[in-house]
Design a binder for this molecule. Sequence first.
Ligand SMILES: C[S@@+](CC[C@H](N)C(=O)[O-])C[C@H]1O[C@@H](n2cnc3c(N)ncnc32)[C@H](O)[C@@H]1O
Ligand SMILES: [Zn+2]
Length: 139
Amino acid sequence: MPIPKLGNVKYKIKKSSAGLGLFAVLAIPRGTWIIEYVGKVLRGKEVTEHPANKYLFETSRTRMIDGSQRLNTARYINHSCKPNCEVEIFGGRVFIKTIKRIEAGDELTYDYGEEYTGEYIKPYGCRCAPCKSPPRASL
Ligand SMILES: C[S@@+](CC[C@H](N)C(=O)[O-])C[C@H]1O[C@@H](n2cnc3c(N)ncnc32)[C@H](O)[C@@H]1O
Ligand SMILES: [Zn+2]
C-alpha cells in the first residue's frame, strides 16, 4: 500500500477527560487520513536503552517512535474503548484515519491496544467517554 495522503483536516488541542486531547474543528468524513504520528525512530539497542515514556509507539518488534516532542500533534490523541479513528503502519510510519464520520467538536481517539492500556490506562481507570458514561442496562 502506498503512503497515505493526509486530508486537509482542522483540529485543535484542548482539555479532555484524559488530560489534553485532540478535537476536530470541522466535521471529517469517514476514511480520512488525519495525521501522522512522528518522532525519533528508535532501532534495535536504542529501543531497550531508551527511557520509558508514555509517547513511545511500537512499530515492529525491533522499532519504536518516540513521539514525545510537542511538534508531534498526534501525541495528543487519547485512547478510547469505542474509538472513532484507527492506526495503520506503513513501512515503520504511523498514520491515523477516521473510521466513522466525525462531527465538529468531537474528540479524536483510537484504541491504544492491550499492551499499552494494560500498562498505562487500565491500572488507573480508563477515562474515555464510553467508560465514564456507559450505556444503562435496560430493565
Ligand atoms: C499519547 S498520550 C495522550 C495525550 C495526553 N492526554 C496528554 O495530555 O499529553 C497518552 C497518555 O494520555 C493518558 N490517556 C490517554 N487516553 C486515556 C484514557 N482513555 N484514560 C486515561 N488516561 C488516558 C494516559 O496518561 C496515557 O499514558
Ligand atoms: Zn475506555
